[in-house]
Design a protein around this ligand. Structure first.
Ligand SMILES: O=C(O)C1=C[C@@H](OP(=O)(O)O)[C@@H](O)[C@H](O)C1
Ligand SMILES: C=C(OP(=O)(O)O)C(=O)O
Length: 449
């Protein structure tokens, strides 16, 4: 059963679980799925995508690609086909592009539109309408795009007019954000020159890798220590190709976390992408003393994947998570905070300002959810401190999810190991990134009601 994606909130509770046992493959990576569709749109010919995440966020991107001229279809065994319109040949969408809850889909598509002589109106749900878009509009304007209409503070709905010959620019991103970097690179694709993006800390590099996979020329060099300088030659001859999407480490984090905190558990999570720029959570959990083994490392479509074995870890201890690690685990702080609640001692997570501008203000939502379940925590500036309860989390709280899938899943996982059940006020948003969350967790032994 897929989660409902209607407007009706779906209240859901998790109760203390028996040991979780079994092996499962989480859904395809959300970041790679969005990018595969967008690059398919920008090629002439047929791109085939295997393992596409069929979550609401990605389906919105597929719909937007259709509106810009691609033919996107789902074939047998979940193989998706994109017959692209081609770089420079997109059509202006007749209707508003509604990206629902998806920051990545909307911001990357703004980059695509900015590099074409078309206008498109972008909109989204109540969560996406609150999220800052100036961070992508600013560089896109430097590249020649114009914002014809926007809501106060650079928020959606936005009417964007692109340019048929974007200026080649050199841009230093103000925060380590793969969405900003990717929007600039995607606009730069149709530029007659070279587009360069610099970032002070490396963010996920799926756009760079996939551009090369589709035949563009992207070079990556170190920048200022731990940063990167990415250069793209404009107007490449993009070739339609096949993309195999590995399992999403951000989704794998949920069964993995559950196995660590539910006594007696032993779970194998298969084919998870272990790109080093996405592995901050695993690094942190190993430091906490988690029983995780990385097995059967192999390459798949230009990404390293592995099977992750996670077993109940009685002796988890609190750690300090440095700010520099944040880009490599930016979506995993809600579930890390839940795991930290079961550890002995305090965990301090530093440098979390970006969490305030996700699907919800995740810093506030995490703290409220922990407190509702009897876990002490506090926010100090951009840092979050969680006082571990040494395995004995009370539970019994009602958690407000604020249209945020990761808050919903994280606190449901808490309920599988806390003394009393944990309820989330709305689990419907889980469909954006992990439509089969309940089935997958259920097959390992979890139950939700
Ligand atoms: O580029 C991407 O696919 C993503 C980048 C990250 O956002 P930021 O670019 O805002 O850090 C992340 O939080 C999001 O879930 C996916
Ligand atoms: C932040 C997230 O996604 P997006 O920015 O694409 O909405 C997420 O999936 O946690």
């Amino acid at each position: 059963m897929k989660e409902a994606s209607s407007d009706a909130p779906l209240k859901l509770s998790a109760v203390r679980s028996r040991a979780l046992v079994g092996r499962q493959r989480p859904p395809g990576d959300k970041s790679i799925s969005h990018r595969a569709l967008l690059l398919g749109l920008l090629c002439v010919g047929e791109t085939t995508i295997e393992g596409l995440l069929e979550g609401e966020d990605v389906l919105r991107t597929a719909e937007a690609c259709r509106a810009l001229g691609a033919t996107v279809t789902r074939g047998a065994a979940g193989r998706w086909s994109v017959r692209g319109a081609g770089l420079g040949s997109l059509v202006a969408p007749r209707e508003t592009l509604d990206f629902g809850n998806a920051g990545t889909g909307s911001r990357l598509m703004m980059g695509v539109v900015a590099g074409h002589p078309i206008a498109a109106r972008f909109d989204g749900d109540a969560s996406l309408r609150k999220r800052p878009m100036r961070r992508v509009l600013e560089p896109l304007i430097k590249q020649g795009a114009r914002v014809l209409e926007e809501h106060e503070g650079g928020r959606l709905p936005i009417l964007l007019q692109g340019s048929g010959a974007p200026f080649p620019i050199e841009y230093l991103t103000p925060v380590a954000s793969a969405q900003i970097k990717s929007a600039v690179l995607l606009a730069g694709l149709n530029s007659p020159g070279r587009t360069v993006v610099m970032e002070r800390e490396a963010s996920r590099d799926h756009t760079e890798k996939m551009l090369n996979h589709f035949g563009a020329r992207v070079t990556v060099e170190p920048y200022n220590g731990s940063g990167r300088r990415i250069a793209l030659e404009g107007r490449p001859n993009l070739r339609a190709t096949t993309v195999r999407v590995p399992a999403d480490p951000s989704s794998a984090a949920f069964p993995l976390a559950a196995a660590l905190v539910v006594p007696g558990s032993d779970v194998l999570i298969e084919s998870v992408m272990i790109n080093p720029l996405r592995c901050g959570l695993i690094e942190t959990l190993l430091e906490m003393g988690a029983d995780i083994t990385i097995e059967n490392r192999r390459g798949e479509s230009g990404e390293e994947v592995a099977d992750l074995r996670a077993r109940y870890s009685r002796n988890l201890r609190g750690v300090e998570v440095p700010a520099a690690r944040a880009p490599s685990m930016i979506d995993e702080y809600p579930i890390l905070a839940v795991i930290a609640a079961f550890a002995a001692g305090g965990t301090i997570m530093r440098g979390l300002s970006e969490l305030r501008v996700k699907e919800s203000d995740r810093l506030a939502a995490i703290a409220a959810g922990l407190e509702a379940n009897g876990v002490s925590c506090n926010i100090q500036g951009d840092d979050l401190y969680v006082e571990g309860a040494g395995g004995a989390v009370r539970g019994s709280g009602l958690v407000k999810t604020h249209l945020d899938h990761r808050i919903a899943m994280s606190f449901l996982i808490m309920g599988l190991a806390s003394n009393e059940s944990v309820t989330v006020d709305d689990a419907s948003m889980i469909a954006t990134s992990f439509p089969d969350f309940r089935e997958l967790m259920g097959s390992l032994g979890a139950s939700f009601a």
